[in-house]
Ligand binder design. Structure first.
Ligand code: GLN
Length: 281
């Protein structure tokens, strides 16, 4: 890449990452816009603008990192979730679009008025922040066992002005909760430890503790299922995301823990992806 107009470097950059990405031209634009601190429209408006040597070098190094599989969100340090711009670092899982549907389920199933809701394994804070942004009367508790992840979540809450509704707690799943909740949500790790997918598609850059969970991927869901009952009000809801082939097993786990009305939901790719259950008295 030795020519330096915006148009030329975008085309060279997209070509260089075509193997890593199905949306290489878009990714090249996102990376260059981030580097120039402009929006993508700027790139279309100024195709002939020449990059400085320093800008060219930085762009090249981003493209090389992307070539080695590093996800775009870690290169730009941000990811949009529920239309909220979130900071992400390699200490947190990059929020996925399907998790927005877990948020939607909670919004659909819970009353608008004052509810206490916890997000277990909050990572970047995505679920808790999306809920807070939609329901000003809810009190959210965002929990993570990683203090570095919790710092990212806290920074996101500050940046979005959502701190009044949110409490951040360091700890293992429900343990830090001190009042019964109306709902508990989690996108826990659910990939089997030996799943080769963990080494591919940029997942190897994400925190393993947020992705993998024991031999069948269900260890954490088993723990959550056994422990959340003590932290929910009667008929309080547990809403979980899980792997697309795990739904029957997750339903069984929750039913044998005593949960009622256990129901599976699909994501918008028609994959079984979520389970909602009611806490027994
Ligand atoms: N949905 C993620 C993936 O398969 C996994 C997220 C998780 O383990 N909670 O890439």
């Amino acid at each position: 890449m030795n020519s330096g107009s915006i148009e030329q470097v975008l085309s060279a950059g997209a070509k260089a990452i075509a193997e890593q990405s199905k949306i290489a031209p878009l990714e090249a634009q996102i990376l260059l816009a981030h580097l120039l601190q402009k929006d993508r429209a700027y790139l279309y408006s100024w195709p002939e603008k020449i990059l400085s040597d320093e800008q060219l070098k930085s762009f090249q190094s981003m493209i090389e990192r992307r070539q080695s599989g590093e996800p775009v969100a870690y290169l730009t340090g941000s990811k949009e979730f529920w239309s909220l711009p979130l900071k992400v670092t390699p200490d947190v899982l990059i929020p996925r679009p399907e998790t927005e549907q877990l948020v939607q389920l909670a919004l659909d199933l819970l009353p608008h008025d004052a509810c206490k809701v916890a997000d277990l394994g909050t990572g970047s804070g995505a679920i808790a922040l999306a809920l807070a942004s939609e329901r000003p009367q809810w009190q959210l508790t965002a929990i993570d066992f990683s203090s570095t992840a919790l710092e990212v979540a806290q920074e996101n809450a500050n940046g979005l002005g959502l701190t009044d509704q949110l409490e951040f707690k360091l700890g293992n799943w429900c343990e830090p909760l001190d009042t019964p909740q109306h709902a508990i949500l989690s996108n826990p790790p659910y990939i089997a430890k030996a799943d080769p997918h963990l080494q591919k598609d940029g997942l190897n850059f994400e925190p393993a503790s947020a992705l993998a969970s024991g031999a069948d991927g269900l260890d954490d869901i088993r723990i959550i299922s056994e422990t959340t009952k003590d932290y929910l009000v009667t008929d309080g809801l547990l809403l979980l995301e899980h792997g697309y082939q795990q739904q029957a097993k997750v339903i069984k786990i929750l039913e044998s823990s005593g949960y009622k009305d256990v129901r599976g939901y699909q994501d918008d790719q028609q994959q079984d992806r979520f389970v909602v259950a009611k806490c027994p008295s």
